[in-house]
Structures are given as structure tokens and as C-alpha cells.
Design a protein around this ligand. Structure first.
Ligand SMILES: NC(=O)c1ccc[n+]([C@@H]2O[C@H](COP(=O)([O-])OP(=O)(O)OC[C@H]3O[C@@H](n4cnc5c(N)ncnc54)[C@H](OP(=O)(O)O)[C@@H]3O)[C@@H](O)[C@H]2O)c1
Length: 280
């Protein structure tokens, strides 16, 4: 496995975020700790977890085993919507830190909107958690344009991102524009469409022209727009592939061709999750 060069960062409302991070959903136990450790040894400096992933302990273990200094790694975790009442949110944030064995995280997110609890209450608690020093930065995930507008009005601390499903098969231009209007980063989850990018003919053809894989073209398309990507892999040999995105550039024509892959029904994550579901 080849080490990767330095990963560029972007700045958003005061947060410095590495453009590539490691997603960890579904990575569990020893295997999770090993992938996190190896990713950091190779040069990753950003790890994405969540209380619902049931792997914060192992993410923390991987972090310590890597030998990389705590302050050189950007660690994100997320609070599940059943913990959005203020006291529950504060407790959940403490619990995340206890499992990670960290004194703070770089970024703490609301994982999904929860219409059953007033946003004022949840954001009030999230801002307090930041003021109390548990999170260096805070943000949201799966927020629509309307919710972003509400959230930035309510929050008394800067919101630095919306983490959303984002890849070439889904048009997210409206949410991206709303984030940019408020200085927030877009963090793309499922950035290779849960592996779906691998078999796309257009991405494959453009990849062949650059000596890159379809997955790399998919990720490059996003980082070239300053969108942060957090691809997940359980395979150590794919860690380098998913971060080696900064030694080539796509032409304007290639960017346009990839943008045209967006289609209705392009989502890979089920939005039935938000709004309709009972959270506990
Ligand atoms: N905020 C939210 O609501 C939310 C929702 C979903 C995800 N996320 C976060 O975003 C991260 C990434 O999203 P995701 O896990 O849904 O999907 P993803 O990163 O788009 O895709 C992961 C899948 O792609 C495969 N893969 C990885 N690298 C590959 C490559 N170079 N070539 C071909 N296939 C490859 C992986 O298989 P192998 O393991 O076999 O490599 C895995 O099956 C998550 O892990 C999580 O941290 C957040």
C-alpha cells in the first residue's frame, strides 16, 4: 500500500476540514480499528463516525494505535435523533466522548432532522455543547434547504456543514447553494453511491483517460468542487485509491458530462428515515 500525499483542507465558518475522510458506517470491531489505524498511517486525517454506528470505541482505538497526534486528526461524530431533547443531547455527547476516549471531537452533527422536537431546543443544546468544549465545531446532516435556513437563524454558534448524500447520480445543487450562501461546507456521504460508481460506463471511460478508476473519478468530481468526501471501505487496499485524488484534474467538459449523470431516483439512502419515523 502506497502512502498518500497531503490531503488539502477547506475552511468553512472557522473549521478547517480535510477534503477526504474515512467513512465508517458498518465497520465494526477489530476490523474497524484496523482500517482506521491503517488509513491514518497512510495519510488520512479525517474520520467520520456516529453514535448509531456502534463503532466509536474501535474508531478511538484505531486513532490511538496509529500513533498520529490527536490534534492532527479531524474526528466527526453524530447524535442520533432520539437524543435531541436538550438533556439527552448533552448526555449523548458525553457518551460519544467516553466511547471514543477523547476530551472533544472536531465536529459534532445532528444526524437527521427530528420534527418531533423543536429545532430551537436541539440547536440550543448543540451550541451549549460547543461552548462547554465537547465539540470544536458543530453542524447538521440531512438538512433540507428550508431546514438550513431555519437552523442558521436559530444557532448562536457557527454551523460549519451539512453532511448529505452527494454523488454524480443525485442532483444536490439546491442544498449545495444554500450551504455556500451560509459559508457552510458540504460533506458528501455515500460519495461513491455505495459502490455504484464502480460500474458506471461514463466514469469508467473518463477514468481510463486519466489512468484512474471510476471510483476515483467520482470522488475527484466532488473534491474538485470543494465538496468534502468520506468514502468508506473495509478493504485496506482501497484506502489509497480513495484518497489519491489530487494528482490530476477533470476538464470542464468532463465535469459537465459527470454532472449530467444525475437522475430522479438516484438516491441510495432511504429518506423515509427523516420526518416519518418515530425515533425511539
Ligand atoms: N449522515 C448520514 O446520514 C450518513 C448516511 C450514510 C453514510 N454516512 C457516512 O458516509 C460514509 C460513506 O457512505 P457509505 O458508506 O454509505 O457509502 P460509500 O462510501 O459511497 O460506499 C461504500 C461502499 O463502496 C465500496 N467501495 C469503497 N471504495 C471502493 C472503490 N474504490 N471501488 C469500488 N467500491 C468501493 C465499499 O465496499 P468495500 O468495503 O468492499 O470496499 C462499500 O460497499 C459512511 O460510511 C458514513 O460514515 C453518513
Amino acid at each position: 500500500m502506497t502512502a498518500i500525499g497531503p490531503i488539502p483542507t477547506i475552511t468553512a465558518n472557522g473549521a478547517k476540514i480535510p477534503l477526504v475522510g474515512l467513512g465508517t458506517w458498518e465497520l465494526r470491531g477489530r476490523a474497524c480499528a484496523r482500517v482506521v489505524e491503517q488509513a491514518l498511517r497512510l495519510g488520512y486525517r479525517h474520520i467520520d463516525t456516529a453514535e448509531i454506528y456502534d463503532n466509536e470505541r474501535e474508531v478511538g482505538e484505531g486513532l490511538r494505535a496509529s500513533g498520529v497526534k490527536r490534534n492532527d486528526v479531524f474526528v466527526t461524530t453524530k447524535i442520533w435523533p432520539s437524543h435531541f431533547a436538550p438533556r439527552a443531547l448533552e448526555r449523548a455527547a458525553h457518551d460519544c466522548l467516553a466511547r471514543l476516549r477523547l476530551s472533544d471531537v472536531d465536529l459534532l452533527l445532528l444526524h437527521w432532522p427530528n420534527p418531533q422536537i423543536p429545532l430551537e431546543e436541539t440547536l440550543g443544546a448543540l451550541c451549549k455543547v460547543r461552548r462547554d468544549g465537547l465539540a470544536r465545531q458543530i453542524g447538521v446532516s440531512n438538512f433540507t434547504v428550508a431546514l438550513i435556513e431555519q437552523a442558521v437563524q436559530i444557532a448562536t454558534e457557527p454551523l460549519v456543514c451539512d453532511q448529505i448524500e452527494c454523488h454524480p447520480f443525485l442532483d444536490q445543487s439546491k442544498v449545495i447553494a444554500a450551504c455556500r450562501a451560509h459559508g457552510m461546507a458540504v460533506i458528501a456521504y455515500s460519495p461513491i453511491a455505495r459502490g455504484g460508481a464502480r460500474n458506471d460506463k461514463v466514469l469508467g471511460r473518463i477514468g481510463a483517460a486519466h489512468g484512474k478508476t471510476a471510483a476515483q473519478i467520482c470522488l475527484r468530481y466532488l473534491v474538485q468542487q470543494n465538496i468534502v468526501v468520506i468514502p468508506r471501505t473495509s478493504k485496506l487496499e482501497r484506502l489509497t485509491e480513495n484518497a489519491a485524488l489530487f494528482d490530476f484534474a477533470l476538464t470542464d467538459a468532463e465535469m459537465a458530462e459527470i454532472a449530467a449523470l444525475a437522475r430522479p431516483g438516484g438516491r441510495v439512502v432511504d429518506w423515509a428515515y427523516s420526518g416519518t419515523m418515530k425515533w425511539d
